[in-house]
Design a protein around this ligand. Structure first.
Ligand code: LMR
Length: 331
């Protein structure tokens, strides 16, 4: 009798095991931009690599375009474990209590993608990720989008043209200072609401790289785009720490490899995606693109430079100096 019970129990276990083993680990990866952007494509590429390399043991569900959560909401969802992975712009980390990430918002501090990579790959990038751990978050990678341009329904050639304009910004105090330095009135708003706010005149304009400008159809509701290149949009791919630490070690290692390769892919396509988006804006004939001469660009930089000093205590004087050294920036 005992033997029969043992055999029945053993059979039940052996029948149950394959079914249990087939249940994939699900990673919900939420983001706010369109699929056809450096971040959208990077997320999809990570999904592909993660699913292939784990032989289907991991399923990555990508939710683009604020489908699942808007800015702000998605951070909370990550901490609560409703989603496992995000890639927010680092300009949105202030409300989380990690204001030092706003170093990336200092106007004109980066001249090129190379400058940006020097900082994210160096001690500053690592130290910033360390700050997330106490918030229950792990930083896996930095992904670059590109350089921001200023848009409005009015031609912006000199910083004074910004005077009195209501400009949408991300939730960064440094961006607030930046818009005020230009004489504009900053308004924090979720990315998903910007198109409508422009359409209805709730805001006059905004700043974004061409890839976001075009894929959110902002060219339909903004008459001018000035190639100011005054700042960057940089992302941090982040995961819920409890979820990540709880993964089987071999799966985690495989996912880290997939993230490394997806990061290279996202960084490699970023410039091309933005160049193509700018060409598409031009081709639409709906938004006039304003190119600045070096002297005009210098005037924008001169107006914005005060923002660095103003935010020394917010982002850290030492961190600013390290970034100056790494990028060769001269205030
Ligand atoms: C924005 O909110 O302007 C952008 O950072 C959105 C994004 O994720 O690129």
């Amino acid at each position: 009798m005992k033997f029969r019970l043992f055999v029945a129990a053993a059979m039940a276990v052996s029948l149950a095991l394959p079914a249990a083993a087939q249940q994939p680990i699900v990673i919900k990866f939420s983001h706010v931009v369109a699929v056809n952007t450096p971040k959208g494509k990077g997320a999809d590429y990570f999904k592909k690599l993660a699913e292939e390399r784990t032989g289907g043991k991991v399923k990555v569900e990508v939710y683009p375009n604020s489908q699942l959560f808007k800015d702000g909401e998605e951070m909370e969802a990550l901490q609560l474990g409703s989603v496992q992975m995000l890639a927010p712009s680092v300009s949105k980390f202030g409300p989380l209590g990690a204001r030092e990430f706003e170093i990336f918002d200092l106007p004109y501090i980066f001249d090129s993608y190379d400058d940006l990579h020097k900082v994210t790959d160096g001690p500053v990038g690592k130290a910033l990720f360390k700050k997330l751990e106490s918030k229950g978050i792990i930083g896996l990678a930095y992904w670059a989008n590109g350089f921001k341009d200023m848009s409005a329904n009015k031609a912006l050639r000199k910083p004074e043209d910004m005077k009195g304009l209501k400009m949408r910004i991300q939730s960064s105090k440094v961006l607030d200072s930046e818009m005020r330095a230009f004489g504009a009135l900053p308004q924090v708003m979720a990315f998903s609401e910007v198109y409508q706010a422009m359409q209805t005149g709730v805001v006059d304009g905004s700043e974004n790289p061409p890839s976001n400008f075009y894929t959110q159809k902002m060219h339909e509701v903004q008459k001018y785009l000035t190639l100011t290149d005054h700042g960057v949009i940089e992302y941090a791919v982040i995961v819920n720490k409890k979820f990540w630490d709880g993964l089987p070690a071999d799966i985690r290692t495989t996912l880290e490899g997939a993230m490394k390769d997806a990061t290279k892919y996202a960084d490699d396509i970023a410039k091309k995606e933005n160049d193509e988006a700018l060409a598409a804006v031009k081709a639409s004939g709906k938004t006039e693109i304003i190119t600045l001469s070096p002297a005009e660009k210098a005037a924008w930089k001169k107006a914005a430079i005060v923002v660095h000093k103003e935010n020394e205590s917010r982002v850290g004087k030492e961190t600013i100096e390290t970034v100056y050294k790494e990028t060769g920036f001269k205030p």
